[in-house]
Design a protein around this ligand. Structure first.
Ligand SMILES: [Fe+2]
Ligand SMILES: [Fe+2]
Length: 249
């Protein structure tokens, strides 16, 4: 089995619950037919090579914060536009997680590279997070392209993006810890591990919703879309790799 598929199913077992049979089958088949580059040794090696530069690592944490913040806003619009209250609540919780992650990446930047950020730019960086909480009014941004009810296709794309984020997270951990002063390393590891548990949960709830679609007569669409979107994602990841960029969602 492909490494990315294996890791996903393992993380679902330990952090969520075992994947449903349709989801599992669609994921394993998609990873076999369109093997994700982020599940390869070469991806890891390319990451390690670029991450040897501390400036790159610091900048990538800022990009991570930005990516999480933007993703959070998109999820918020999706949640606000999804009529099924049970599903919308889960997307809203996801948006709140990603909003918190944007702040967590700024905190990790501070812990790892304490001299990089001055007070002025810290405030700017923290504003990369929309700062959502359960009490924030659930309304979509005006004319947002994400302001529509969530579809099976959206869920599959989110699921694959979250798998890539999880893999990225696992590769990032030792490199980041190595940059951190020993007395701050424990705090950094705790923050980083908490994010990983969240990402595993994001894979988990989207996998469950995908399984529900499959059980309601969409099993063929699940299989087809998983493969199609995996191929699309692979092309994007290869492009990112060429630019030395590793952007989580
Ligand atoms: Fe995240
Ligand atoms: Fe996530």
């Amino acid at each position: 089995m492909n490494i990315a598929a294996e890791l996903t199913l393992k993380s679902l077992r330990s952090h969520h619950r075992a994947a449903g049979p349709h989801y599992r089958d669609a994921l394993v088949t998609a990873c076999r037919k369109a093997p994700p580059p982020f599940g390869t040794k070469n991806y890891e090696k390319t990451y390690r090579d670029v991450a040897r530069d501390p400036n790159w690592m610091a900048l990538s944490l800022i990009q991570n914060a930005q990516g999480e913040g933007e993703g959070s806003g998109h999820l918020w619009d999706l949640a606000a536009s999804t009529p099924d209250a049970h599903v919308a609540a889960q997307i809203k919780a996801h948006a709140i997680d990603e909003s918190r992650h944007a702040k967590a990446y700024v905190a990790m930047l501070d812990i790892t590279f304490p001299d990089v950020v001055d007070n002025g730019s810290r405030a700017q960086l923290v504003s990369l997070s929309p700062g959502y909480t359960q009490r924030s009014p659930l309304e979509a941004h005006a004319s947002s392209p994400y302001a529509s009810a969530i579809t099976l296709d959206d869920l599959i794309q989110m699921n694959i993006a979250e798998i890539r984020t999880l893999v990225h997270h696992i590769i990032q951990r030792p490199m980041l810890l190595a940059y951190c002063a020993p007395e701050r390393r424990r705090r950094l590891a705790l923050l980083h591990d908490r994010l990983r548990v969240d990402e595993a949960r994001h894979i988990g709830y989207t996998a469950t919703l995908i399984e529900e679609f499959a059980q309601r007569g969409k099993a063929d669409a699940v299989k087809r879309l998983m493969q199609e979107r995996m191929s699309d994602f692979n092309a994007i990841t290869n492009e990112d790799l060429g630019r030395g960029a590793f952007e989580p969602l």
